[in-house]
Design a protein around this ligand. Structure first.
Ligand SMILES: Cc1cc2nc3c(=O)[nH]c(=O)nc-3n(C[C@H](O)[C@H](O)[C@H](O)COP(=O)(O)OP(=O)(O)OC[C@H]3O[C@@H](n4cnc5c(N)ncnc54)[C@H](O)[C@@H]3O)c2cc1C
Length: 250
């Protein structure tokens, strides 16, 4: 990806579902734009128990991916947006007030995904949480990989319309090694691991206790989608639902 170099002054355009309106209305005026449409990164491959996703794989193609990624992908917007938007664009979507638009971040955290990217210092592969914590600017995502889980589950607040963003969702995953992982969308500006809930569930097997502890990991927003109070009440409920679905699926 020589055209990207160290990423200075380069705006990466994948599906463009977030960027095109910004460009159209002149709110974004890139010095240089790198279009990823014909890079051949739109593949999904399963090999020796590992799932490899190319950065430009359309969100629609994730409907065949392991849970909880498949369910989260099925609930992104509508069929047109899912056909155009990519997994890399979703991962790198910057948080916007009233529009928490990185719904795939939490399932990727629960799956223990690793992100392969290039930029200053060359190519590197790092855990998705580390990648997100660095607020991923200046890196070009090439691919995402994770081990096939034993089972996965996803629970979310209902949305009145396909174009409403997800106010809160919980991803649960039983990894290949049998350990359970929990993450949430809508509980912080980006997807987060529910570490306290994971520890409580591993220690006690009590989904109610895990749900109560989940609140400790959150930094809830108070926005037009839902109030902080409502999110705080609903996170334990969604953790309980996701864990009960996980036990059924395992
Ligand atoms: C009507 C509507 C409804 C929507 N609903 C949802 C929803 O319910 N849930 C949700 O999560 N999102 C939603 N979105 C937002 C968006 O469609 C998705 O997040 C989509 O997956 C973004 O992918 P993209 O390829 O279109 O991103 P782009 O617009 O191409 O890029 C988004 C950002 O990611 C960066 N980027 C893209 N690819 C890479 C890469 N490979 N490496 C580094 N940086 C990269 C871009 O530079 C940009 O900053 C909605 C959008 C619309 C228009």
């Amino acid at each position: 990806m020589a055209a990207f170099g160290d990423g200075a002054d380069v705006t990466v355009v994948a599906g463009g579902t977030i960027l095109m309106p910004e460009l159209t209305y002149g709110r974004l005026q890139p010095a240089r734009a790198l279009l990823l449409t014909r890079t051949g990164l739109d593949t999904m491959r399963r090999e020796n128990g590992t799932v490899h996703l190319g950065a430009t794989l359309p969100v629609a193609a994730l409907e065949d991916a392991p849970e909880p990624l498949a369910s989260a992908a099925r609930h992104v917007a509508d069929p047109e947006v899912r056909a155009q938007g990519t997994v890399g664009g979703n991962l790198c979507a910057a948080h916007a007030a009233e529009a928490p638009r990185g719904d795939l971040q939490a399932p990727l955290i629960a799956l223990g995904a690793r992100i392969r990217s290039t930029g200053s210092g060359g190519e590197r592969t790092q855990p998705v949480e580390e990648f997100l914590a660095a607020a991923p600017t200046g890196r070009l995502v090439l691919g995402i990989e994770f081990e096939e889980p034993q089972a996965g589950a996803w629970a979310a607040l209902d949305r009145p319309h396909a174009h409403d963003y997800t106010a809160l969702a919980v991803s649960a995953c039983r990894g290949a090694d049998g350990s359970d992982h929990l993450a949430a969308s809508g509980a912080a500006p980006r997807g987060i691991r529910l570490a306290a809930a994971e520890a409580a569930y591993a220690e006690t097997g009590d989904a109610g206790r895990a749900g109560r502890d989940a609140v400790r990991d959150a930094k809830f927003a108070d926005d037009a989608l839902a109030s902080t109070w409502y999110r705080e009440q609903m996170l334990p409920v969604l953790v309980g639902r996701a864990l009960s679905q996980l036990e059924e699926a395992a």
